[in-house]
Each structure stands twice: as structure tokens, then as C-alpha cells.
Design a binder for this molecule. Structure first.
Ligand SMILES: *Cc1c(COP(=O)(O)O)cnc(C)c1O
Length: 381
């Protein structure tokens, strides 16, 4: 076994002979107390105090002015895109190296994704590739960015902070500004990650977080829209809650809304999880530091450390194997030994439903996709 030493190391980190998952939630705070309080109140569904509390906690933690809870991160992204004007006959620039939810949300708006390459170091959207693509393909007319080939509006740029590592979001924000394109951050993976001292998700016009079971903290299922634009926040609350006009008893809805609100019972879990976030982040940071020291002794395996000017939440630790053959070898040995390891998502441009979309050069994404592996990253007890 070529990678027995790595396997032994991961086992020593997690101090178990049993199966080691990639990530698992931990409930060591007020989860049971809040859930029980929520059940006793009977407000388990669409209204309740935990939703407001959870929203305030996330807004305060991230430094965004407003936060609107949603039923999951995909729904948050869908509404965020819709609110900045993504609709039919528009295009949205994103990275091919992402989870499918990014592109699904774009598709729910009847828009078409465009894939632009990632930066090898951050694994997120590359500002240089973005600028080169826009200089070649886009023209600004009356404050609207138009794709010269298709004639469609480029309605948003959606970078993603891959595995919690912040991308070069300040440069991306500046390019978006120059081309009059709204910036929507897919911050689903990056709660607790900062770029130049500012929390990810606060550089764009609007951003989405996820609290799915495999993320840094969880509400079972859940998401959050954050923005510092009051009008957008108000619209976000309105259309995620069926667009009901306020009235004590009448049911009047003033547009087509969504039932995307986060149930109070999920928010109860979220409040308890937020209370432990600082501890969780510290624990994950120590794990990442241990991996970093360990892999520094290898010439053939690279550890993906947090980028320059950034603090990563190290949601999922990632390593780079020498090539595709070595990667497959590594995956096989780890998974056979009961240690979960997985390759990065298949690139979006290779999925059946997105195989015909417009792409820039995807050199870095292709290079990374062959070599990247995620290794166990959950909180160590
Ligand atoms: C998890 C995730 C989402 C979506 O979150 P859900 O809560 O599972 O809907 C979106 N984008 C990325 C990059 C993610 O990792």
C-alpha cells in the first residue's frame, strides 16, 4: 500500500479505527434545548423567534447588514440571482469547478451559465481570466453589459469560495464594477472565511450561504441570503415568503413568490450551531495545520493551504496528487481502508446539461480536476 502512511496519519488525527467520513455535524451545545423549546412553543414552521435570531446572528457574524434565512443554499442563490436581474435571455459568468447547485440556480432563472477559468492557487474564479473574457466578449451599452456574440445581457458574475478558501474577490469586484455587472457570491462553503479582513459574502451585491448537513455548521437543511442593501433584503424576505402583502387576515400576494422560508425548527438548530461556530472554526484550523505540517514532508502530495491575504474556514481540506493515476490510486486505497476521500466535483462543462455552454480557456480547472482530493475535515472530538 503506497499511501498507508497517509492513512495511518489520518487515523491518528481522528483517533479511531472506525470509518472516518469527509465531514459530519457536531451537536455539543444548546441544540436539544432549543429544539425542545421550539417544539413546546408549537412554532415549528413558517413563523417563530428562532428565524429572526438566526438571521441576526449570521448578519452580525459576517458583518453584512441584512440576512434572510432560506430553506437551503440553492434557494438562497436562486433568489439572489433573480433579485439582481438574472432572467430569461441573460447569461451568468461562473466557474466550472463548483458544486452543481451554482449552475442549477442559474438555470432556475432561465439564464445560461458561462464558464471562466479558476485560479490555481485559490481554486476560485480567476480575476485575470474573467477580465480577459470580458475584454474579448463583452461590450457595455447604457450601463448594461452585453455578450457581443449572443447579444444577451451578462447579468451576473458568480464566483465561489472553493472548499472555504476565499477567491481574489476584491479584484473580481473591481472588474464587475468596471463592466457594470452585479457580483453575486456563492459563499455556500465559506462561513468563517475572510479576505483582507472582510468576511466572504460581503464583497458582492448579495451572497448565499448554505447550512446543509455537510457544511461547517448545519440547520439540517438551510441557507441564508446576505446583503447590505436594504431594498434587496426586503425583496428577498418578501419573495422567499410567498410574496404575501402584510395584512392581519387577508391573503393577497402581489407577485409570484416562493415558499423558500427556513422553518423555525431548523433555525433553532442554527442558533445553537452559531453559538459554537468560533470553537468549530478553531478546531478545523488545527486539523488543517496538522495536515499542512504532515504533507510538507511529501514531494509528491501538495496541501491546499489558505491563499494569501485570506483566512480560510478550511471547510474541506484538499490535497493535490501528482496526476490522475496517482489520484485514483489514493482514492482507492483510502476508501478501501474506511477513510472517506473524494475527487473534486466533475467540472460543470462536462455535465450533460451544460456541455454546450460558452467557455473560456479552462486550463487550470482541468489541471486541478485531475489531481484534487478532499480528505476528512470534520470537527475532531
Ligand atoms: C452546498 C453548496 C450549495 C448549495 O447548498 P444547499 O444548501 O445544499 O442547497 C451551493 N453552492 C455550493 C458551492 C455548495 O457547496
Amino acid at each position: 500500500m503506497k499511501y498507508q502512511d497517509v492513512i495511518d496519519f489520518i487515523r491518528s488525527l481522528y483517533e479511531t479505527d472506525g470509518f472516518i467520513p469527509l465531514h459530519a455535524p457536531v451537536f455539543q451545545g444548546n441544540e436539544k434545548a432549543y429544539l425542545s423549546e421550539c417544539v413546546d412553543s408549537t412554532f415549528v414552521s413558517s413563523v417563530g423567534e428562532f428565524v429572526d435570531r438566526f438571521e441576526h446572528m449570521v448578519a452580525e457574524f459576517t458583518g453584512a447588514k441584512y440576512a434572510v434565512a432560506t430553506v437551503n443554499g440553492t434557494a438562497a442563490l436562486h433568489v439572489a440571482l433573480k433579485l439582481v436581474g438574472v432572467g430569461a435571455a441573460s447569461e451568468v459568468i461562473t466557474q466550472p469547478l463548483t458544486f452543481v447547485a451554482t449552475c442549477n440556480a442559474i438555470s432556475y432563472c432561465s439564464a445560461k451559465p458561462i464558464f471562466v477559468d479558476v485560479d490555481k492557487k485559490t481554486m476560485g474564479l480567476d480575476p485575470e481570466a474573467l477580465e480577459a473574457f470580458l475584454k474579448d466578449h463583452a461590450v457595455v451599452r447604457n450601463g448594461i453589459c452585453i455578450d457581443k456574440i449572443t447579444g444577451r445581457k451578462i447579468a451576473a458574475v458568480v464566483p465561489m469560495h472553493t472548499f472555504g478558501h476565499p477567491c481574489r474577490i476584491d479584484e473580481i469586484a473591481e472588474i464587475c464594477n468596471n463592466f457594470y455587472i452585479p457580483l453575486v457570491e456563492d459563499a455556500a462553503e465559506s462561513l468563517g472565511s475572510y479576505f483582507k479582513g472582510r468576511h466572504t459574502g460581503t464583497y458582492g451585491t448579495i451572497a448565499a450561504f448554505s447550512f446543509n448537513g455537510n457544511k461547517t455548521i448545519t440547520t439540517g437543511g438551510g441557507g441564508m441570503i446576505v446583503t447590505s442593501d436594504k431594498a434587496l433584503a426586503k425583496r428577498a424576505k418578501h419573495i422567499t415568503t410567498t410574496a404575501k402583502a402584510p395584512h392581519p387576515y387577508e391573503y393577497i400576494h402581489d407577485e409570484i413568490g416562493y415558499n423558500y422560508r427556513l422553518p423555525n425548527i431548523n433555525a433553532a438548530l442554527g442558533c445553537a450551531q452559531m453559538e459554537q461556530l468560533a470553537e468549530i472554526l478553531e478546531n478545523k484550523r488545527e486539523t488543517a495545520a496538522a495536515y499542512r505540517r504532515y504533507f510538507a514532508t511529501y514531494d509528491t502530495i501538495g496541501f491546499c493551504a489558505e491563499p494569501e491575504n485570506a483566512i480560510s474556514n478550511y471547510w474541506l481540506n484538499a490535497i493535490l496528487l501528482a496526476d490522475e493515476v496517482e489520484r485514483n490510486h489514493f482514492l482507492e486505497e483510502c476508501n478501501t481502508a474506511g477513510i472517506m476521500a473524494r475527487p473534486v466535483w466533475q467540472l460543470m462543462n462536462r455535465l450533460e446539461m451544460f456541455k454546450d455552454v460558452q467557455c473560456g480557456s479552462l486550463k487550470n480547472a482541468c489541471w486541478l480536476a485531475k489531481r484534487l482530493v478532499n480528505i476528512p475535515s470534520g470537527v475532531r472530538q
